[in-house]
Write a protein that binds this ligand. Structure first.
Ligand code: NDP
Length: 343
């Protein structure tokens, strides 16, 4: 029988300086009846993304809507179709879509924007939300189109042990970078960057000023900075970049929450002196690159030259904790929540 409700994570109140578990609650909410052309999906995995943090606020401007207290969260997820009134999407099909943070969803109207069928024979399900998903695609767009990476470049990636960062380091290597340097929080993550993710060198941004680390690890400078964090690391990269260097401004992990903002603009004279290019981007503006991305990255994965890594938390009731953990650096690779024990 078609379920009439689903468990969903809702925002209870806007967070104070830092979000707390009590800012979220799992609630039972009605599912709409299945209309013509619609499908009922049982979610297997959901993606946990830093952008959710900004969407909890009123003031942060985002490329999609902010959440209101009392309303459900959403985000990328992958599920299996349980019931279908859409001939091209039969029961049993695997669908990637935008209605995460809940166990079941009816995909209808605007919710089908960006929904796509995936083939689990080509890669394991978690990979479709990680290396072959939006995060891998973000790394690919940032390196190829925004930073215009060239063979021989020295590339620096911040938050290098995270989802985008583990992809960016490996892709940079595959695209011909001469030297790839990453920063991450803690010695264990730094060791993994070199041992598992193909980085030439890594520095712990919690233990050493990044400007000093770059001077040590890239004494001749860097050509490309893939910026996931902003703040001190962006300032350090401005100093380390060679003339004509490029920065792909992907995200600003260091700037979330109150009272921690830093003033990188003091260092921007470097961009003038060295004729740097700084370019921000939103991955969804670059969907024309997606077929090329999927073909190349699937090939690299099949050949074993790159690896996919996920940190998986079990159960919708732990989804908010997974978000808090991600913001504090508790993940290696892509942070996911498994919503069904048999997934
Ligand atoms: P990650 O898996 O990289 O997780 C976030 C990581 O940020 C943490 O693991 C932590 O790692 C690091 N971090 C947290 N606080 C700080 C801080 N104050 N200074 C430095 N590092 C910090 O997340 P994603 O890979 O999903 O996202 C990476 C970036 O890409 C984010 O900025 C995100 O907003 C952005 N993004 C942008 C997109 C676009 O279209 N432009 C699309 C998707 C993502 P550690 O322990 O190493 O510090």
């Amino acid at each position: 029988m078609t379920p009439r409700t689903t468990r969903v994570v809702c925002l209870v109140r806007r967070p104070g300086k830092e979000p707390l578990p009590g800012d979220f609650a799992v609630e039972e909410r009605p599912l709409p009846p299945l209309g013509e052309g619609q499908v009922l999906v049982r979610n297997l995995y959901m993606s946990v993304d830093p952008s959710t943090r900004g969407r909890l606020e009123t003031t942060e401007k985002h490329y999609t809507h902010n959440f209101a207290p009392g309303s459900p969260l959403d985000g990328r997820a992958l599920g299996v179709v349980e019931e279908s009134r859409c001939p091209s999407v039969p029961p049993g099909a695997f669908v990637r879509h935008q209605l995460g943070w809940r166990e079941r969803a009816v995909l209808a109207g605007a919710d089908t924007d960006g929904a796509d069928l995936i083939d689990p024979r080509l890669a394991p399900l978690p990979t479709w939300l990680g290396l072959l998903g939006q995060t891998g695609f973000t790394a690919y767009v940032g390196l190829t189109r925004i930073a215009a990476l060239r063979p021989g470049d020295t590339v620096f990636v911040s938050a290098a042990a995270g989802a985008v960062g583990t992809a960016a380091g490996q892709f940079a290597r595959m695209l011909g970078a001469e030297r790839v340097i990453g920063t991450a929080g803690g010695p264990d993550k730094c060791a993994l960057l070199v041992e598992e993710f193909g980085y030439d060198a890594a520095a712990d941004h919690r233990a050493e000023p990044v400007r000093e680390a770059l001077a040590r690890l890239a004494p001749d400078g860097i050509d490309v900075y893939f910026d996931n964090v902003g703040g001190e690391q962006l300032a350090a990269a401005l100093h380390a970049l060679r003339t004509g260097g490029r920065i792909a401004l992907c995200g600003m992990m260091s700037q979330f929450g109150g009272g921690r903002r830093t003033v990188d603009i003091n260092h921007l004279i470097q961009a003038v002196l060295k004729r740097l290019t700084l370019c921000g981007f939103i991955v969804r503006d670059h969907d024309d690159l997606r077929p090329e991305f999927e073909q190349r990255v699937a090939g690299w994965l099949r050949s074993g030259r790159i690896v996919a890594r996920e940190t998986v938390v079990d159960g919708l009731e732990h989804a908010a904790e997974a978000l808090l953990s991600l913001l504090g650096g508790g993940n290696i690779g892509k942070m996911l929540v498994r919503l069904t024990p048999d997934a």
